[in-house]
Design a protein around this ligand. Structure first.
Ligand code: NAD
Ligand code: DAU
Length: 354
C-alpha cells in the first residue's frame, strides 16, 4: 500500500507515546505510523496490543542515541514527519543518574534532527519535526502566576535541564538551518498505561497492596494535571495545524496540591474497591522530600486554545475515575509491569515469530 505520509514516532511504547501511536494509527489509516523505541524499563509493547497488527503500523526496537542506526532508518523510510517523545522521563531517576538523561534526551534529540536534515534538504511544507517537551523547563512558580510560551527557562532538576537543553537545540536548528520544527511544553499527564513510579499509578498500586503512600515533604507541592488522551489530541492538533518554528504550551487548567490529590485518589479508590471511607488515607506517610523539589507548576494554555481551538475535554474527577477504573480492570498489566515480565513481550511477539 502507498501511504500518504510516513510518520516516525519515537518513544511510542511509553506512556504518552502509546496513546499518540494509537490515536494516529486509528485516525489516519492512510499514514504509515512507525514506532521506534528502545524498550527501556519504561517501554512496554503490551500498551499497544490492540493495534499491533494494523496495516499502517510498524515497530522497530532501536536507540535514538545510535547515530548510524537513526540515519539509516531515515534514509530507508523517508519519513516526512517526526513526533519525538522518546526520553528518560522520571525526575527521581534523574537525581540518581543524570548521565542517562543527558545521553538520551540531549544527544538522542540532536541525532534525530541531524538524520532528518540529511533527507529533508529542501524542507517541503509538510515536513515537520515535532519535539515533545515539558513545563518543567520553566522551573518553579511561587503562589501565583502561570508559565507562558515566553517564560524564561529555569530548569531545576537534571531531568528538566536535559529537556531544556534539547529544546534549546531544537530552537538553534530552527534559527540556524530553518529546520521545520515545532515544540510543545506540557504539564503533568495522568491516565492508563503510566509506569507505576509516577505519583498516581504508584499510589494506586500501593493502595491495592496495602503499602504506605510516600508523600514527599509536606505534600504542599502543586502540579497541573492533564488526562493523557487530551494531551494526545493536542499533539495531533499541533502536528497538523501548528506553525513551524512555534512553541505551544499544553495544560489542564487543573492545579492540585499533592496532598489534596492523594486524598481525592484515596476516596475514589475506597469507593471503587468497596472499602470503608478512610481506609486508603491511613496509608499516607510523609517522607523525606525530593532534593530540589519544584514548588508549583501551572500552564497558561491560552495560545493553543485561541490559535488552534484545543482544550481539555475532561475534568479531573472524571479523568481520575477513568484512570482508577482502568488500573483496577487491568491488574495483569500492573502485575506484569511490577514483576518485570512485560519485558519479555517483545521477545515473544517480535523475535520468536521468525
Ligand atoms: P515514558 O518514560 O513513559 O516513555 C519513554 C519512552 O521512550 C519509553 O517507551 C522508552 O522505552 C523510550 N526510550 C527511552 N530512551 C530511549 C532511547 N534512547 N531510544 C529510544 N527509545 C527510548 O515517558 P512519558 O511520560 O510517556 O513521556 C514522553 C515524553 O513526553 C517525554 O519526552 C517527556 O519528557 C514528555 N512529557 C511527559 C510528561 C508526563 O507527565 N509524563 C509531561 C510533559 C512532557
Ligand atoms: O510537569 C511535567 C512532568 O511531570 C513531566 O515532564 C515528567 O516526565 C513527569 O514525570 C512529571 O514530573 P513530576 O516530578 O511532577 O511527576 P511525579 O509523578 O514524579 O511527581 C508528582 C508530584 O508528586 C511531585 O511533586 C513529587 C510528588 N511525589 C511523587 C512520587 C513519585 C510524591 O510526593 N511521592 C512520590 O512517591
Amino acid at each position: 500500500m502507498k501511504f500518504k505520509r510516513k510518520i516516525l514516532i519515537t518513544g511510542g511504547a511509553g506512556f504518552i507515546g502509546s496513546h499518540v501511536v494509537r490515536l494516529f494509527v486509528n485516525t489516519y489509516p492512510d499514514y504509515l505510523i512507525f514506532n521506534f523505541d528502545n524498550l527501556t524499563y519504561a517501554g512496554n509493547l503490551e500498551n499497544l496490543k490492540d493495534i499491533e497488527t494494523a496495516d499502517n503500523y510498524r515497530f522497530e526496537k532501536g536507540d535514538i542515541t545510535d547515530a548510524l542506526l537513526v540515519s539509516d532508518l531515515f534514509h530507508q523510510m523517508q519519513f516526512d514527519g517526526v513526533i519525538h517523545l522518546a526520553a528518560e522521563s522520571h525526575v527521581d531517576r534523574s537525581i540518581d543518574n543524570p548521565m542517562a538523561f543527558i545521553h538520551t534526551n540531549i544527544l538522542g534529540t540532536v541525532n534525530l534532527m541531524n538524520a532528518a536534515r540529511e533527507i529533508w534538504a529542501d524542507y517541503q511544507l509538510n515536513q515537520r519535526f515535532y519535539h515533545i517537551s515539558t513545563d518543567e523547563v520553566y522551573g518553579s512558580l511561587g503562589e501565583t502566576g502561570l508559565f507562558t510560551e515566553t517564560t524564561a527557562y529555569d530548569p531545576q532538576s537534571p531531568y528538566s535541564a536535559s529537556k531544556a537543553s534539547s529544546d534549546h537545540f531544537v530552537r538553534a536548528y530552527i534559527n540556524t538551518y530553518k529546520f521545520p520544527a515545532i515544540i510543545s511544553n506540557c504539564s503533568n499527564n495522568y491516565g492508563p498505561n503510566q509506569f507505576p513510579e509516577k505519583l498516581i499509578p504508584l499510589f494506586i498500586h500501593n493502595i491495592q497492596n496495602k503499602k504506605p503512600l510516600p508523600v514527599y515533604g509536606d505534600g504542599n507541592y502543586t502540579r497541573d494535571w492533564l488526562y493523557v488522551e487530551d494531551h494526545a489530541r493536542a499533539i495531533d492538533t499541533i502536528f497538523h495545524h501548528g506553525q513551524r518554528g512555534e512553541t505551544y504550551n499544553i495544560g489542564g487548567h487543573n492545579e492540585w496540591k499533592n496532598i489534596d490529590l492523594v486524598r481525592l485518589l484515596c476516596r475514589i479508590m475506597d469507593e471503587e474497591r468497596g472499602q470503608a471511607q478512610g481506609s486508603a488515607e491511613q496509608l499516607i506517610t510523609f517522607v523525606k522530600d525530593r532534593p530540589g523539589h519544584d514548588k508549583r507548576y501551572a500552564i497558561d494554555a491560552g495560545k493553543i486554545k485561541t490559535e488552534l481551538g484545543w482544550q481539555p475535554s475532561l475534568n479531573f474527577e472524571e479523568g481520575l475515575l477513568l484512570t482508577v477504573r482502568w488500573y483496577l480492570q487491568n491488574e495483569i498489566w500492573l502485575q506484569n509491569v511490577t514483576s518485570g515480565s512485560y519485558q519479555t513481550y517483545y521477545e515473544k511477539q517480535y523475535l520468536n515469530r521468525f
